[in-house]
Write a protein that binds this ligand. Structure first.
Ligand SMILES: Nc1ncnc2c1ncn2[C@@H]1O[C@H](COP(=O)(O)OP(=O)(O)OP(=O)(O)O)[C@@H](O)[C@H]1O
Length: 232
């Protein structure tokens, strides 16, 4: 099992009370699968993803990613884990405005152990011809393509996407989802994606529905729908 989460709990203090945001989550995802997390706002989706990605820590429970017991890592090892194994894509692209597209990717590849070639990933996301542009010269969809290139250049085992199409229009969203499916197939990257859009679940192997910090439904799709055929 590539991702194996069990009995994961996390609370945050809010004022004088402590709110339990994750109430004993269990979930599994196989290597090379795409998993989608659905759930209403505030249900704990980002918290769960951030703990799997080593951005945040759980209070109790276990998170094992490709044999690495993430919850046991000290701070230095957690940084190494994030740097070597996990790519992140967020709703907002977080590109460095003063660097070109190519440079935005190279800042990551320069600190990676076994990076892919910058031109290769730019070609994979169909942005090779925009290598010398600055982020402000790109559309939202193009910026998201660059942020996906930046996430995959380190050749991560795991790509975590938090509402990757949240700021994009319909057609652009579908092209980004198609790109994520291509990355999954081309590089064998396991992908876990948060979305509000239930239609997107059709492109996933497994779908986890989260409500108030609990997984209330898990679906295994027998047929995976290509992103370009998904409509909403
Ligand atoms: N650092 C934090 N400190 C305190 N409370 C937090 C913190 N991070 C998240 N929370 C709370 O935890 C709950 C779950 O937040 P989370 O961001 O995981 O939900 P979500 O399902 O991803 O929501 P959305 O779809 O709106 O992004 C929310 O009530 C939020 O206010």
């Amino acid at each position: 099992m590539f991702i194996d989460v069990s009995n994961l709990k996390k609370s945050y203090p809010s004022g004088v009370v402590i709110t339990e945001v994750l109430k004993g989550i269990g979930m599994k995802l196989e290597k090379r699968e795409i998993g989608v997390i659905l759930g209403p706002s505030g249900s704990g989706k980002s918290t769960l993803m951030n703990i799997i990605g080593g951005i945040d820590r759980c209070d109790s429970g276990r998170v094992i990613v490709d044999g690495i017991e993430v919850n046991d890592l000290n701070d230095d090892r957690l940084i190494d884990y994030r740097r070597e194994h996990v790519g992140f894509v967020f709703q907002f692209y977080n590109l460095v405005p003063d660097l070109t597209v190519g440079e935005n990717i190279e800042v990551v590849s320069n600190i990676s152990k076994s990076p892919l070639n910058t031109d290769e990933v730019l070609t994979a996301v169909e942005m090779r011809d925009k290598k010398y542009r600055f982020p402000r010269e790109l559309s939202g969809g193009e910026q998201q393509r660059v942020s996906i290139a930046r996430a995959i250049v380190k050749n991560p085992k795991l790509l975590l996407c938090d509402e990757p199409t949240g700021a994009l229009d319909y057609d652009t969203s579908r092209s980004i989802l198609r790109l994520l499916q291509q990355v999954n197939q081309k590089y064998g990257t396991t992908i876990l994606m948060i979305t509000h859009n239930a239609a997107i679940a059709a492109m996933a192997n497994r779908v986890f529905k989260l409500r108030s910090g609990e997984i209330v439904e898990e679906t295994v799709n027998q047929t995976i729908v290509p992103a370009e055929r998904i409509e909403w």
